[in-house]
Write a protein that binds this ligand. Structure first.
Ligand SMILES: [Zn+2]
Length: 204
């Protein structure tokens, strides 16, 4: 995995996993300080005993054999996999915005009728119960459909059109993440909520 694609798990002060960010963003957080000089976040050493390190201390660590490394200005650095906020102890509730992108994400870019995975351009949104029959524009009544299925179904319900939905559309939980990034050291902090950790938008 290239450094640009590396992800870092973020824990709050109480060791709860709260987000996943790019390596670049994680390093910025570790470099940030409060007005009294305390670092905003520290790097957790998952290989050893979960000690936390400031950036300065981290640069003095020697990489373990077989460990993935990155080149610093004058040294070889271990790549942080987990960071922890030093003061922040909340678990932010993130709202899932209702928009085309989140519906595509929820349905995994897969037509909910023929089950084919397609590029976004070949997909459209379908009202399960069509608008002309009183169907609402809600999480529970909108699915992703390919253009073929969408035009075949037209202004009919799946039943009327003799088509079957892959699954019942639902509103996603408040936090959801369906990426496939899995770093072994994270498992120690992620129980069953693994799939509910939101992958933070790197622009945010
Ligand atoms: Zn289809």
């Amino acid at each position: 995995m290239s450094l640009a694609n590396r992800k870092v798990l973020v824990l709050n002060k109480s060791w709860q996993a709260i987000s996943v960010v790019s390596l670049e963003k994680a390093l910025k957080k570790v470099a940030g300080t409060y007005s009294d000089g305390t670092p905003k976040a520290k790097i957790i050493d998952c290989v050893n005993d979960f000690r936390s390190f400031t950036w300065q201390d981290w640069t003095e660590l020697k990489p373990e054999i077989n460990e993935s490394c990155m080149k610093g200005v004058s040294c070889i650095l271990r790549i942080p996999e987990v960071i922890q906020y030093t003061r922040y102890d909340k678990v932010p509730k993130k709202k899932v915005h209702y928009n085309r992108r989140t519906i595509y994400k929820r349905d995994n870019n897969t037509c909910q009728y023929c089950q084919k995975m397609k590029n976004s351009e070949e997909l459209s949104l379908d009202h399960v119960v069509p608008k002309c029959q009183g169907g609402l524009t809600t999480w529970e009544n909108i699915v992703v459909a390919c253009t073929d299925c969408n035009s075949k179904k037209a202004g009919r319900t799946p039943k009327q059109a003799g088509m079957k939905l892959l699954r019942k559309p639902m509103k996603p939980k408040s936090n959801f993440f369906t990426g496939d990034i899995r770093i072994e050291s994270w498992s120690q902090f992620l129980g069953e909520n693994y799939w509910s950790i939101e992958l933070e938008n790197d622009n945010s």
